[in-house]
Design a protein around this ligand. Sequence first.
Ligand code: SF4
Length: 461
Amino acid sequence: MTSTQPPLHLRDDGRTPFPSEDVTQWRERITAEAYRNYLYSYPHKTAYRDLNPPVPLEPLWREEPAESFFLYMHIPFCGARCGFCNLFTLPDKRAEVHTVYVNALERQARQWAAFTGSKPFARFAIGGGTPSLLAPAQLRRLFGIAEDIMGLDAATASISVETSPETLTEEKLNILKEHTVDRVSMGIQSFVAAESAAIYRPQNPDVVYRALELLKQYDFPILNLDLIYGLPGQTVESWLFSLQQAVNQGPEEIFIYPLYTRHHTIVKPEDIQRQPDIRHECYQAAQLLLTGHGYTQYSMRRFAKETAGTHKPILDYSCQEEGMVGLGCGARSYTRNVHYASRYGVSRKATESIIADYVSAERYDTADYGIMLSLEEQKRRFILKAVLHSEGLKLADYSGRFASSLWRDYPELGLLLQSGLGREEDGILRLTPEGLGYSDSIGDWFISGEIRKQMERFVLP
Ligand code: SF4
């Protein structure tokens, strides 16, 4: 392209391609329903189906082009199910159940290490569920599996573990410290006891403060706290109270989540509809409070101190998050062409039966449930993974990966620019600060028709 040609999102005559009334309507639609769908992965797991025939994992991983991988372990157990939770987890505190589960995870790791061992791991995360629910011996085993079986080099990988206030003990934190964990994340959701109770997560704020005191003694490089806004009975003032309590603890990172409810979560959409929807107001107030306290906004949910980070020399890992090796029941694995996992369920019966199948399996060397990504879906995923984060999408990266132009492939993205919810600067397409607040509706709008159809056909067990 010569410098005299207009950018590709403009017409040949230099005018914008969408009539202003279309742009206005589109913008109204995006901003009126800011909380349509949380796209934490694309394609969403409700688009997964039986893979017929099952995909053998050895050639799949051998051909995976990522330079380094992300190792994830899923612990699908919690003390109780929170009222908003639609994650793959089972309320079960029994130590013997956890031990049998870790035995299966170890069996799976021994088989997968042969497939994935040729590339180093740049990241390792233990999530759930509530990993810190495990007894110390089982928690320790997870690190052994990562290091001794999967070949994780803890000196060059960032390591993150999810915890909950009531399950933290010194013994468990010593294990995390011994294994050079860089980031400890704790789900708090609210510092107001009545709000926690309303989401079926009875939580005494004193227990939370005690856990935070303990955590601070260990001085992990990154402490992350998760909070939720839009809870039953919450007001903007009580939300800001919780947020301020979190800020007072000096965490390096804070994730703020809007409350989503579904027909299968314990708190139902109709329970929430009885009160005014204050989520966007809470979001805007949080943005002001957090940036005023020196946090930088990296996405609609993530705020962090710019200095947050580990001193380890971490290997590079693609921000588009391919090469994700997910061990455990409920973990998803991502290769460039295939995303797969165990089946997904939320009800107690379904989750129990899926975990029972997992722990009784002898072989874990094929993927039988997931989705094959067409080139079209790979492109959409590449765009969404970048554009919903403040670093944005480098147009040259898109052209380099797909040998085509973003604006030619998806001229509709010009709506972001024309509506003021996005901007293009120095060859990078990113959302504006206002646009970041509508990430969920923008993400939902950009889902392909095919994936939307699959998601709508999904019936949760
Ligand atoms: S939100 Fe977290 S702690 Fe609550 S049930 Fe779900 S996975 Fe467990």
